[in-house]
Ligand binder design. Structure first.
Ligand code: PEP
Ligand code: MN
Length: 348
């Protein structure tokens, strides 16, 4: 179960009707939500898809506030959305991934919010661009908005099948290092695109010390007008939240053990860097040999052999071969760059 300070946001992807919004909110009234969510303006990737009920949905959300005493939030993508939401007394706004990717649009909304003390959450942009995400915060902070939070919802990666939006966990980790003061939430619904995977991603976010979750919850997920495959029922949401294991940031018991394990990790990491440096030195030498003998840098048969060998050893050592493949691809790329530099140096 999550702690009190944890930000919990849940509700349907889209508001479809008054009844559907109230049914979702009623199912979530015992969940201890920080905010009930519902999209009424939906920027869609392709034209022709349902783009939200618009202003019509605002009174439904006001009814959720009045009936269940819940705070509510909506996605805004244009100044006119911001104005309408503020006028309706919406408690929090969020900027969606497609909008964060557009600096002019973010700036227009920041200007429109100047002097208003409303919480604003900013989802990461669709592309894996940390500077673009940070830029949106700089624009909002520049307009005097203080109650900011970030939502990690994954990134578009062409050809990817497992996730709808690949989490690329290193990006939110880097975001956290650069902006330790901004609460960081995770949206497992848009990352996975599949309801069965939501608990695993939510647990990963807990393990990494995220400050909250935004989850899509619908009274009848299969009939949802948008994002049907990733939404869960209110009952399932409550189960998922109950099943999450919480972790402490550090100073709990067992800290002594942790420091000796960390010392061991530090030694191993140093060893890894040493080995990489030695490997790269040999690679440079090979680069000079290839040049002297007019050989291409990429020797595909040799590369296939390295990959096969390392994946076989990975399996023998109980490691995930996919992980080891990624590591070796990165090493190989660096090795190719080094060999190209070796060629250029000699040509100079
Ligand atoms: C949403 O939250 O329904 C949504 C459209 O999300 P994103 O901006 O992350 O795609
Ligand atoms: Mn959605």
């Amino acid at each position: 179960m999550v702690q009190e300070s944890f930000t919990l946001i849940a509700g349907p992807c889209s508001a479809e009707s008054r009844e559907q919004v109230l049914a979702a909110a009623s199912g979530l009234k015992e969940a201890g939500l920080s905010y009930f969510r519902s999209g009424i303006w939906k920027p869609r990737t392709r034209p022709g898809a349902f783009e939200g009920v618009g202003h019509t949905g605002l009174p439904w959300l006001q009814e959720v506030q009045a009936k269940f005493g819940m705070k509510v939030c909506v996605e805004v993508a244009q100044p006119r959305h911001v104005e309408a939401a503020l006028e309706a007394g919406i408690d929090m706004l969020w900027i969606g991934a497609r909008t964060t990717a557009n600096p002019f649009q973010v700036q227009e909304m920041a200007d429109c919010l100047r002097g208003v003390d409303v919480p604003v959450a900013v989802k990461n942009p669709t592309q894996p661009d940390l500077a673009l995400w940070s830029g949106a915060f700089e624009r909002l902070a520049g307009a005097g908005i203080r109650q900011l939070s970030a939502v990690h919802r994954g990134f578009t990666v062409h050809g990817q099948k497992k996730y709808r939006n690949v989490p690329l966990w290193q990006i939110p980790i880097d975001f956290r290092s650069g902006h330790p003061e901004i609460p960081l939430l995770n949206d497992p619904s848009h990352i996975t695109g599949k309801r069965g995977m939501v608990p695993d991603v939510a647990q990963m976010a807990m393990d990494l010390g995220f400050d909250g979750l935004m989850v899509e919850v619908h009274p009848d997920p299969d009939s949802a007008w948008t994002d049907a495959a990733q939404q869960v029922t209110p009952a399932r949401f409550l189960d998922i939240i109950k099943g999450l294991e919480t972790r402490v940031q550090g100073n709990g018991k067992g800290r002594e053990d942790l420091s000796s394990l960390r010392a061991e990790i530090d030694m191993i990491d140093e060893g890894i860097v040493d080995l990489l440096a030695r490997r790269m030195g040999i690679s440079e030498e090979i680069g000079r040999y290839k040049r002297a003998n007019g050989m291409t840098i990429l020797q595909i048969a040799r590369w296939n052999q390295i990959l096969k060998q390392s994946k076989t050893s990975a399996v023998e050592q109980g490691l995930n071969p996919g992980f080891v493949e990624e590591v070796f691809k990165a090493i190989h790329q660096a090795s190719i760059s080094t060999q190209r530099m070796t060629l250029t140096d000699q040509e100079d």
